[in-house]
Design a protein around this ligand. Structure first.
Ligand SMILES: Nc1nc2c(c(=O)[nH]1)N[C@H]1C(S)=C(S)[C@@H](COP(=O)(O)O)O[C@H]1N2
Ligand SMILES: [Mo]
Length: 278
């Protein structure tokens, strides 16, 4: 009888310790699951409250409470993550994906955006800088002129149909509008007295060198029309259309013929980068 009692007690003890070892694993899963459940619930309430925003003034308060709740849930998930082994990590990483991963994606995205924005901005700035008309060398005022600035110089603007003769004998007219180069150098850059040479250099390295007298000359000709007289100009508009800013610096040096038979077209310089006075 006494032995039976001891046996019964022993069995009870055994089964109790067996139960408790089952209990050790189960509650963990339940906890993890319950966090997932709360997350889903929470997301639903967020959605609900969002749609409530327009007609409920107390929603802001609710949202603050919710944020606190959400934060504590995140903390729970993190703590759990650190404490649990492989088995329950599926659950907690699921939980992580619902909130924190989203957050870090947003942060990454905005970081990427700002990097891209900055790159774009620098590219734009660079393009703007490259599209400035630079005048350097023997001048009182070295200049970096934007197209907008050039356009405001009303009394320096010249426009006409320019006759051209190319190397292989082809001819034609092209209408150009732009700025009178010598007037620009004389009145804005203030060319120094000792200057004798003007070199016009394009972005692709193509360049033409002129004597200062050639730049000052205002009676370049059209061998087929004695009435025509042209100065040397920096054009920004060709046949009624401005040069596209993404096709290089929007300036072209244009000049008529010095005398009959002068192949003037190859002397034009597209996409001018700078003008150097020496
Ligand atoms: N920057 C630059 N300008 C340039 C050239 C060039 O290769 N690069 N070629 C010249 C030659 S040989 C000719 S015939 C004309 C052609 O003028 P168009 O581009 O208006 O047709 O541009 C001249 N200006
Ligand atoms: Mo040419």
């Amino acid at each position: 009888m006494k032995n039976n009692l001891i046996m019964i007690l022993f069995v009870i003890l055994l089964s109790l310790s067996g139960c408790s070892s089952v209990d050790n694993t189960k509650p963990q899963n339940v906890e993890a699951n319950s966090v997932t459940a709360v997350n889903v619930e929470d997301e639903e309430t967020v959605k609900e409250h969002k749609s409530d925003l327009s007609n409920n003034a107390s929603v802001d308060e609710d949202k603050t409470v919710e944020n606190v709740e959400q934060q504590s849930i995140n903390e729970n998930v993190k703590t759990e993550d650190a404490n649990t082994g492989n088995e329950s990590s599926t659950n907690s990483s699921e939980n992580n994906q619902t909130i924190p991963v989203n957050n870090s994606a947003t942060t990454e995205e905005s970081a990427n955006n700002s990097v891209e924005e900055q790159a774009l901005k620098t590219a734009e700035e660079q393009a703007r800088e490259e599209n400035l008309l630079k005048i350097q060398g023997l001048v009182e005022n070295e200049l970096k002129l934007s197209l907008e600035e050039l356009k405001t110089m009303d009394n320096l603007i010249f426009e006409d149909d320019f006759y051209w003769l190319n190397s292989f004998g082809s001819t034609g007219y092209t209408h150009f509008k732009g700025i009178h180069l010598w007037k620009l150098l004389e009145s804005k850059a203030l060319v120094k007295a000792e200057a004798t040479i003007v070199t016009v250099i394009a972005q692709d390295g193509y360049k033409m060198e002129f004597t200062l007298d050639q730049v000052k000359k205002t009676d370049y000709m059209d061998e087929t029309n004695p009435d025509k007289k042209y100065p040397m100009i920096i054009a920004w508009q060709e046949n009624g259309e401005e040069y596209k800013a993404n096709k290089g610096a929007p300036y072209k040096l244009v000049v008529g013929q010095k005398q009959a038979g002068d192949t003037n077209k190859p002397q034009w310089v597209s996409n001018i980068d700078k003008i150097i006075v020496e």
